[in-house]
Design a protein around this ligand. Structure first.
Ligand code: GN1
Ligand code: MG
Length: 386
């Protein structure tokens, strides 16, 4: 990227080393609040989340040797206590389901860990909201897809996740993030930002402006289907991108879906779309080389095969009819969210440099183009799997 892109503010530029160290030190003190079964021996930054700050805590314990400590971004999640409430309802439901009908393979659900005062979170002196979750021992996640076997496992994991909550009524969970995945609202926000911003003209910015402008009508497709009752409101994960699926390090099978902050009422299509947009992009969403971006239909077939092996039981004819649109829409939507945040001065997603969100937006738009150019192949894959 050239100099001329350095026009935007960068309030949310990812913590500089000194700030990161300070956060880690704070994290170590907070970790003690949750360390009920051992002494904290290490705290390190963990994962690649774009919103919350995440740390892996190590304990000198013969039981569980790790847990995950997170500082919730309360600019995004305005009512973090609702997240904890939902997590408790969710885990309790799934635990009972698994007790009643055990699976014939390893499957784990992250547990909420309590403080020594039996609270599900800790507020530090600055008012930051910290919480701890169990770490799925002997597991790891990947930012990009390894091969088709993994694709099938990722699909299975999302199917299992949906299956296990398919009998929990949507109204049992609170809305932790209003407007999440409601594409017309992201479009509205984008238009408001655009009206206030004078983005420096460049080929890349113009490409994004045109890209969004050409898809205004399409942006409503899932919300219209929801309003018309074609697609039912269900519970969803909200963020089932591939690095939120944990794999057993020995068997290489998927064993858990993590990051439960956005588990709430919505459409399973948002999840299917998000899983496929992240899983079928071999270069990954953080590449700077957008010329290399394409949607891999073999991986798409793999993910859907794994997903439908578990989800067939609760999907309707209408659900199938919207799968292609969901893949295209959620990919476009993420590009729109990144681009709007670039224009707004990087206030939502953490960034490593001021043009980061612009690059991310172009990656998602190139992926959307690749999806659009393979519409018939993708629709045929879906049809053949019913
Ligand atoms: C954010 O923070 P993280 O990485 O779990 C975002 C998702 C996006 C994702 C893109 C609450 O998730 O919606 O798909 O970045 N989460 C929120 O990587 O906005
Ligand atoms: Mg997330």
């Amino acid at each position: 990227m050239t100099e001329e892109f350095n026009t935007q503010g960068a309030e949310n530029v990812v913590a500089m080393p000194s700030l990161r160290d300070a956060l880690r030190t704070a994290g170590a003190a907070i970790a003690n609040q949750f360390a009920q079964w051992g002494k904290v021996t290490g705290v390190k930054a963990f994962g690649s989340g774009n919103i919350n700050d995440t740390f892996l805590v190590t304990l000198d314990s013969s039981e569980e040797q790790h847990f995950v400590l997170q500082r919730i971004n309360t600019q995004v999640f305005r009512q973090p206590q609702l997240i904890m409430q939902n997590m408790r309802t969710f885990t309790e439901h799934v635990r009972k389901r698994l007790q009643h009908t055990p699976l014939n393979r390893r499957w784990e659900v992250p547990r909420v860990l309590l403080t020594k005062d039996a609270q599900d979170h800790w507020r530090d002196a600055d008012g930051s909201f910290w919480r701890a979750i169990s770490f799925i021992e002997g597991s790891q996640s990947f930012d990009t897809m390894r091969d088709r076997t993994y694709a099938q496992e990722i699909g299975y994991a999302l199917g299992m996740f949906h299956n296990l909550i398919s009998d929990l009524p949507p109204e049992k969970l609170a809305d932790t993030l209003q407007g999440f995945h409601i594409t017309p609202l992201y479009l509205q926000h984008y238009e408001e930002v655009l009206a206030k911003t004078r983005a420096r003209q460049s080929a890349e910015v113009n490409y994004c402006l045109q890209f969004v402008s050409d898809r205004q009508t399409f942006a409503h497709i899932l919300e219209n289907a929801k309003v018309e009752g074609i697609l039912p409101l269900r519970l969803m994960h909200g963020d089932p991108k591939i690095n939120n699926v944990m794999f057993d390090t020995v068997t290489q099978q998927a064993v858990s879906v993590i990051d439960l902050d956005t588990v709430k009422p919505g459409l399973v299509h948002y999840d299917i779309g998000d899983c496929l947009r992240s899983g079928c992009n071999p270069a990954g969403e953080e590449t700077e080389n957008w010329e290399s971006i394409y949607f891999d239909t073999d991986l798409c077939q793999g993910i859907l095969k794994g997903y439908l092996s578990v989800a067939k039981a609760f999907l309707t004819e209408n659900d199938y009819a919207y799968i292609y649109d969901a893949i295209r829409l959620i990919t476009f939507e993420l590009g729109l969210r990144f681009f709007a945040d670039y224009l707004a001065g990087n206030v939502y997603f953490k960034v490593k440099h001021p043009e980061h969100n612009l690059v991310r937006a172009i990656v998602q738009f190139k992926l959307t183009e690749s999806i659009e150019s393979q519409e018939m192949q993708i629709r045929n894959i879906i049809k053949d799997m019913k």
